[in-house]
Design a protein around this ligand. Structure first.
Ligand code: THG
Length: 368
C-alpha cells in the first residue's frame, strides 16, 4: 500500500513528537487521529509487551465529556448496561447501541461524579449521536471533546514503573478503578485498564502546560531499568485475548449479544436506554451468529483488510475480521462472526484468505 498523505484532518497527538523520536514504523487512522501500529515489528513488539513494559500513545481513544445535571441520565440513554450501581472512581466497559440495538461504539465510561462523565471512545463518530440526543431531548448537559489524551502503560512491569513515577499508591488501584495522582502539581486520572491482557494503566493526560511530553519523558527515564519501549495496541496479543475492535470485528449491523457483550448488558434494568425495546426483543430469541475465536491452519496469514468468508461444505457460515500468526500458540489466531449452526467449540470450517483456502477450527474461548 502507498503511504498516507499527512494533513491537519489526520490529527497528530500530544505525544506524536515522542512517538516519532521512538522510531514508529507504521500508523493507522483512528477517530481521525494517528495511532501507531508498529515500532520494531509486530512480532518483536508482541514479545516485549509480554515480558517488560511499554508506553502507548492511545490519544486517539478520544474522550467525550458529559457535564451537567442530566449527564447521568444521558449516559444511561446510550447503553443497555445498568449504571445505577456505578460509583465515582469506577470505569465501565459499555456497549453503545442505536434504536435498533445496533452497536455504535464500545467505549470505556469513566465516572468522575454524578454530573461528570468521560466516554473513552473506539473508532466511530459518537460525538454527533450524543450531541443529537442531548439536544433532541433538551437535556441540561454539555457535550464536547475535551483536550484529554490517554497514555497507556502496559506489560508485566507496569506497576513497578508507575510506582517509580507516581508512588506506591498506584499499586492499590483496582481493575477498572481510577485514582487521581499528582504529576508536577497536576492531579491526573490514572485507571487500571488498557487494551491488552498483560496488565497496566491508562493515564488521562490534559494537553496543557507541557504535561504530555514531560510525562512521556519522565516515564521513559524511570523505565530504563525495566527495558521500557514505546509500543501500541498489538494485533496478535489483542486477538489472543479476545479484545474486540469496533469497525473491524463488529459494526452497527451487530447487537451486543452477537459480539459476545451480553454480559455487559442489563437491558431489562437499563431504563431509558434508547435501544432497550429492540434489545429486549432480540435477547429473548438469542443471537443467530456470534463472535468466536478461530484457529486457522498453515503458515502466517496476511493482514485482514476485508472480511474473509468462512464456509463449511461450500456454504457460507460466517466471516473472519481479524487474524495474525501467534508465535506463542504456533497457529494463526483470528476473530470472526459465525452462524449458530457452526459456532460450537471444535467445529471444522474453511477460511477463504486472499492467498487461498485454509482449514480452520471454531473455538468457544480465546487463547488468553
Ligand atoms: N481504553 C480506553 N478507551 C478505549 C479503549 C481502551 N477506547 C477504545 C477501545 N479501547 C474501546 N474498546 C475496548 C475493548 C475492550 C476493553 C476496553 C475497551 C477491555 N475489555 C476487558 C476484557 O474484555 O477483558 C475487560 C472489560 C471488563 O471486564 O469490564 O478492557 O482500552 N480508555
Amino acid at each position: 500500500m502507498a503511504v498516507l498523505s499527512p494533513s491537519r484532518r489526520l490529527r497528530r497527538t500530544v505525544f506524536s513528537d515522542g512517538v516519532e523520536a521512538a522510531g514508529v514504523k507504521a500508523y493507522t487512522v483512528y477517530n481521525h487521529m494517528l495511532l501507531p501500529t508498529v515500532f520494531r515489528s509486530v512480532q518483536e513488539d508482541y514479545h516485549h509487551l509480554k515480558e517488560a513494559v511499554q508506553i502507548w500513545d492511545v490519544a486517539c481513544e478520544r474522550q467525550i465529556e458529559l457535564r451537567g445535571p442530566d449527564a447521568g441520565r444521558l449516559m444511561q440513554m446510550l447503553t443497555p448496561r445498568d449504571l445505577r450501581g456505578m460509583l465515582t472512581e469506577q470505569c465501565f466497559y459499555v456497549p453503545i447501541v442505536d434504536e435498533t440495538g445496533g452497536m455504535l461504539n464500545d467505549p470505556v465510561a469513566v465516572k468522575l461524579g454524578d454530573d461528570h462523565w468521560w466516554v473513552s471512545i473506539a473508532d466511530s463518530d459518537l460525538l454527533y449521536w450524543i450531541k443529537g440526543i442531548a439536544n433532541g431531548w433538551r437535556l441540561d448537559v454539555l457535550v464536547d471533546e475535551p483536550d484529554i489524551s490517554p497514555l497507556a502503560i502496559q506489560g508485566p512491569k507496569s506497576d513497578d514503573l508507575m510506582a517509580d513515577v507516581f508512588g506506591d499508591a498506584v499499586r492499590n488501584i483496582r481493575f477498572f478503578r481510577y485514582k487521581k495522582l499528582d504529576f508536577n502539581g497536576t492531579p491526573l486520572v490514572i485507571a487500571r485498564s488498557g487494551y491488552s491482557k498483560q496488565g497496566g494503566f491508562e493515564i488521562y493526560v490534559p494537553g496543557h502546560d507541557g504535561i504530555p511530553m514531560a510525562l512521556w519523558n519522565a516515564l521513559f527515564e524511570a523505565g530504563k531499568k525495566y527495558d521500557v519501549h514505546a509500543g501500541c495496541p498489538n494485533l496478535i496479543e489483542r486477538i489472543e485475548g479476545g479484545l474486540l475492535s469496533y469497525g473491524n470485528d463488529m459494526t452497527d449491523d451487530n447487537t451486543p449479544h452477537e459480539c459476545g457483550l451480553g454480559k455487559f448488558c442489563d437491558t431489562h434494568d437499563a431504563l431509558g436506554c434508547i435501544g432497550r425495546d429492540a434489545l429486549l426483543r432480540v435477547a429473548k430469541e438469542g443471537p443467530v451468529q456470534q463472535i468466536r475465536a478461530i484457529d486457522i491452519d498453515g503458515p502466517a496469514v496476511g493482514l485482514c483488510d476485508r472480511w474473509w468468508d468462512v464456509t463449511a461444505n461450500g456454504k457460507r457460515v460466517g466471516r473472519v475480521s481479524s487474524a495474525a500468526y501467534s508465535p506463542d500458540y504456533e497457529t494463526n489466531v483470528a476473530v470472526g462472526m459465525i452462524r449458530m449452526t457452526h459456532w460450537e467449540d471444535g467445529t471444522a470450517v474453511q477460511v477463504h484468505t486472499p492467498d487461498g483456502v485454509r482449514d480452520a477450527v471454531v473455538r468457544e474461548k480465546f487463547w488468553k
